[in-house]
Design a binder for this molecule. Structure first.
Ligand code: S3P
Length: 424
């Protein structure tokens, strides 16, 4: 589907409630499936990716029903052998976390994915799982993954990558392994798995960059899912770059392992205020007020990268409107996402007039540049590209046509409707 985005004539104003966090939704449905009894998930994401996780859990014998805004999961606490292959769709989180859960079951099964997911690296989970005694056959370390259920044993794993998907995979395998499993990462990646497993009664502890877990039976819980800061990021950037805007984004998850984007924006001089902070199901939640700001460039590197990894495409858009040279480095894993996001962002932003150059592990952007637009641009089947380019379109002098805009449905089907609410 092609979407034409026109320059916005007025400012953005008002408030919107940001829909459910994708990462937390995946975990809620998977962990509720492992717990014996009835869990209630409030505000489950409507994105296609979390629905892939839900569908897989159903194929593994879980009973589920939607009642109003709640997803109710009933589980015996044991998964059963699925009758068909398990389709992860576009979702790397589904494939990597499920491989940790499925490696220690007493049955065999196969995980498959769409074209993009079938190109993404799975060695990062196959290698440590194999050290735990797992048996996984893959297509040269890519999907499909044939998983032969085995008894797993604990390992102490030191990861070169700061990846929440790899960490979660190993912790979930450790939940069902003999002994005490530990996972150490170079920088702390998002810790929703640790928070939710603890909330559901697992024997799990964190000490700096190391998490340890022992075999545990999860208890069913009511889990309320907060809004997704990665979805809020598109509104945050729009509020900062569309002149005279002032907006409030409500019910957003503010877990510090996810808020790197707010820190980077503040370093760039962004006028951002956090209102009404509280704790919901173990996660920090609050409202974010954003006002149009005069921005200056900054360097984004090192430990902050895993805390804003999914926001880098839209941060690139922000940097085009900041005075000076913004440098993003240490983000080479962006090349392994739903698309090669370094190449994709640089290619498409150049087409609309940005001064941006690709580097092996990031990009360099010189600003402030008026964006010209007036061209057709591509999303590379990548939801984050689609939404980042839409935000850029709001300040392009001439309309842009975004091909493949339907990919927004992967994480944020409500995206356009919520944007319209801020332009009334
Ligand atoms: C996710 C972790 C991140 C992120 C992805 C979701 C998760 O991936 O990019 O969109 O839910 O654990 P990595 O952990 O591989 O960096």
């Amino acid at each position: 589907m092609q979407k034409i985005v026109n320059k916005i004539n007025n400012n953005l104003k008002g408030s919107v409630i940001i829909p459910a966090d994708k990462s937390i939704s995946h975990r809620a449905v998977m962990f509720a499936s492992l717990a014996k009894g009835k869990s209630i998930i409030k505000n489950f994401s409507t994105g296609k990716d979390p629905l892939s996780s839900l569908n897989i859990c159903k194929k593994l014998g879980i009973n589920s029903e939607f009642a109003d805004n709640d997803l109710i999961i009933n589980s015996t606490g044991k998964l059963i052998k699925p009758k068909t292959t398990l389709d992860c769709g576009n979702s790397g989180t589904t494939m990597r976390l499920m491989s940790g859960i499925l490696s220690g079951q007493n049955f065999n099964c196969t995980l498959i994915g769409d074209e993009s997911l079938s190109k993404r690296p799975m060695k990062r989970v196959i290698e440590p799982l194999t050290l735990m005694g797992a048996k996984i056959k893959s297509n040269a370390f890519k999907a499909p993954l044939n998983i032969y259920g085995k008894n797993l044993h604990a390992i102490d794993y030191v990861s070169k990558l700061a990846s929440a998907q790899v960490k979660s995979c190993i912790l979930l395998a450790g939940l069902n392994a003999d002994g005490k499993t530990s996972f150490t990462e170079p920088f702390v990646s998002r810790n929703h798995t640790e928070i939710m497993l603890k909330y559901m009664g697992a024997d799990i502890n964190t000490d700096k960059n190391t998490v340890t877990i022992e075999k545990s039976q999860l208890e069913p819980r009511t889990i309320e899912i907060c809004g997704d800061i990665s979805s809020a990021a598109y509104f945050i950037v729009a509020g900062l770059i569309v002149p005279n805007s002032k907006i409030i984004l409500k019910n957003v998850g503010l877990n510090p392992t996810r808020t790197g984007m707010l820190e980077a924006a503040e370093k760039m001089g962004a006028d951002i205020e956090i209102l009404d902070k509280k704790i919901v199901s173990g996660e920090i939640v609050g409202d974010i007020q954003v006002s149009f700001s005069d921005l200056k460039a900054c360097t984004i590197e090192g430990e902050i990268i895993p805390r804003l990894i999914d926001e880098l495409p839209v941060i690139a858009v922000l940097a085009t409107q900041a005075q000076g040279t913004t440098i993003v480095k240490d983000a080479q894993d962006l090349r392994n996402k739903e698309s090669d996001r370094i190449k994709a962002v640089v290619t498409e932003l150049k087409k609309i007039g940005a001064n941006i150059e690709e580097t092996p592990d990031g990009f360099i952007i010189k600003g402030k540049t008026p964006l010209t637009g007036g061209v057709e641009i591509e999303t590379y089947h990548d939801h984050r590209l689609a939404m980042s380019l839409y935000v850029a379109g709001l300040i392009c002098e001439k309309p842009i046509s975004i091909n493949g805009f339907e990919w927004v449905n992967i994480s944020f089907p409500e995206f356009e409707k919520l944007f319209s609410a801020l332009t009334l």
